[in-house]
Each structure stands twice: as C-alpha cells, then as structure tokens.
Ligand binder design. Structure first.
Ligand SMILES: [Mn+2]
Length: 321
C-alpha cells in the first residue's frame, strides 16, 4: 500500500513483463486512452502487454483500439489506470480487485487498493501522467500513442474547457500535435458528433430537468425506460451529466440514472460547491468539480431527493423535498 514517485513507477514497470492494463467500468476517453498508450509503450520496450476492461469499449473510440491485437499472454503484473477504487473495475473486480500491483491515477479520492499507487490529483487526466511517464520509461511516443493520450486529455478536460485544465495540459497537447495527433478528427468525434440515440436521450434528459433552491441546483433523472426507448448505447451517456450545470445560475448539477442495478449519480459543480464532498456522503468520490457514486433507493425520485438534499445542505440552502 505504498505511494510511489513517477520515477519509481517507471522503474517498477521496467522490471516487469506480461503486464495486464485494466480500465474502469463505463470506460471513458481517459481510461481507454491511458491504457492503450501505456500498453503500446510497454510493447515498444519489447514487453508483452494487454488491455482489459469489464465493459465493452464504446465504438466512438475504435480508432484507438481497432488495429490493436491482444497477445497470447499469461499476466504476471496487473496495472490499473484511472481506476480510483477497485469497485470501479466492474465485473473485473472479482478476478482482479485484490490483485492490482500498480495503480496510476489522478483522482484525489483514490482508495489505495493497489499494492503500489502513483496518484497525482493535480493532473487533469491520467493521460497526462502517462505522457510524463514515457520519457522515464525511455519510450518515444508515436502517432498511435499521441492519439490515445490526446483523447484522454481532451475528454477529461471537456476539450480544454474545465477548471482542471492547466498550462501543462496545453503544453502536453502541443507536443502531441507535434507528434501528429489527429486533433481535428478526434475533436469532431468526441465533441461535435451525436448519434440519433444520443439526440433522443438528450431530449429526454432535458425534459426531466428540475430546479431547486432558487435555481442553484438542477437535476436530471434518467430512467431505464428513457434509456431503452432512446435506442442509445452506454457511450452515448458521456457528458450528459454536465448538462444541468450549463444552465445559468446552477452551481450543482445532479444526474441520476437508473442502471437497472441501482442508481448511478453524477454531480457536476461550479465553485464554491464541491462535487466530491457531496458524493462522499453516498460512498462515492471524484474531483472537486466532477464526482460520482452509487446509491441505494426505492425509486429514482427518492434517489434524486437524497442527492438534492445533500447538495442543498452542502451549499447552505434550505430544501424540503
Ligand atoms: Mn480520468
């Protein structure tokens, strides 16, 4: 359960082979981009390495993984990237949750479930950490690695818009462009393309929006039926949780989704509200402006009510549900 420096992290990786890199469930651009970038870097060193995720990768990311062949390999070292807690491994928690040798992450709420952990909460994405790791591994990034890391960074910063974006984020992105990252193509895919399912899902989500505490808090409640009827896929959910926070005056945007196996909550905040503090009350976590968790409730209305209550208390407002 020790906390590593980046140099030590590189040293450990250099001393291992047959490395399995794990992503978190509901995989996003950061966990996918970080995993494939790291895996490709390890292979460049002549090592055997594979990527695994408990859920299917959304097809929008296929340019990262489509020409990537899984190797015949018996893993002897397990790395998790962007996975703050072992429960986030999803169906991989059972086989691998207690066996993660190394976790590389940027969540301040990291649960230190791995044998060794490198966590940098000031980093906007795990992708940025992988980028800093490359020279320590002695690996020069190629175009595939650049595209994977660019995806990780751009998606976790909302295309360089969120408050986690730093000068280092832009400097890293600039170097990725130098290497040949397909910036326009990736940005169009990630931020300017909508499937018909997503359109229907977004329409339903907007219809469900409710406001509380004089408009400082807003909620979106997505039922299993709404999801079903939209024809959307899991990947179409990306960014949906940020919609409520976009409304003028809203400092806490609450997104609750009935997954069929419990209620997934996502909270997005503007300062001074802190999303992580709100989600912690339900055993969740994340970042100051974006956090999430799961809650048990009898109905989606009850689940929304619980989070709105916590959010109202958090910002010092009165809420009577
Ligand atoms: Mn991330």
């Amino acid at each position: 359960m020790s906390r590593l420096t980046l140099t030590k992290t590189a040293e450990i990786l250099l001393s291992k082979d047959n490395i399995l890199v794990l992503c978190h469930r509901y995989p996003d651009g950061d966990t996918i981009g970080s995993a494939f970038a790291l895996c490709r870097a390890l292979r460049k060193l002549g090592k055997k390495a594979n990527v695994m995720c408990g859920d299917i990768f959304p097809s929008v990311y296929s340019y990262i993984y489509s020409d990537f062949e899984q190797l015949d390999m018996k893993e002897s070292f397990i790395v998790a990237v962007d996975v703050a807690d072992k429960s986030l491994l999803g169906i991989l928690e059972k086989p691998y949750g207690g066996k993660v040798d190394l976790c590389i992450d940027h969540h301040g709420s990291n649960g230190f479930y791995a044998k060794d952990t490198y966590v940098d909460a000031s980093s906007a994405s795990t992708g940025e950490i992988i980028w800093s790791l490359l020279p320590k591994l002695g690996v020069e990034a190629d175009k595939d690695i650049a595209n994977a890391i660019y995806t990780a960074i751009s998606t976790d910063t909302g295309c360089f818009k969120y408050s986690n974006t730093t000068a280092k984020t832009f400097r890293t992105a600039a170097k990725l462009v130098d290497i040949g990252a397909d910036v326009a193509k990736i940005n169009t895919l990630m931020f300017d393309t909508m499937s018909m399912g997503r359109l229907k899902l977004e329409r339903a989500a907007l219809d469900s929006m409710r406001f509380y505490c004089g408009g400082k808090i807003a909620s979106i409640a997505l039922t299993a039926q709404m999801f079903e009827e939209s024809g959307a896929s899991e990947g179409d959910l990306e960014g949906l949780s940020s919609l409520a926070r976009k409304v003028e005056g809203v400092i806490v945007g609450v997104f609750v989704r009935d997954t069929g196996a419990g209620y997934k909550i996502s909270v997005r905040t503007h300062q001074p509200a802190n999303a992580c503090e709100i989600c912690k009350q339900f055993g969740g976590g994340g970042h100051n402006a974006a956090a999430g968790g799961f809650i048990k409730a009898h109905s989606i209305d009850e689940a929304v009510d619980m989070v709105i209550n916590a959010a109202a208390k958090h910002i010092g407002e009165e809420y009577v549900g």
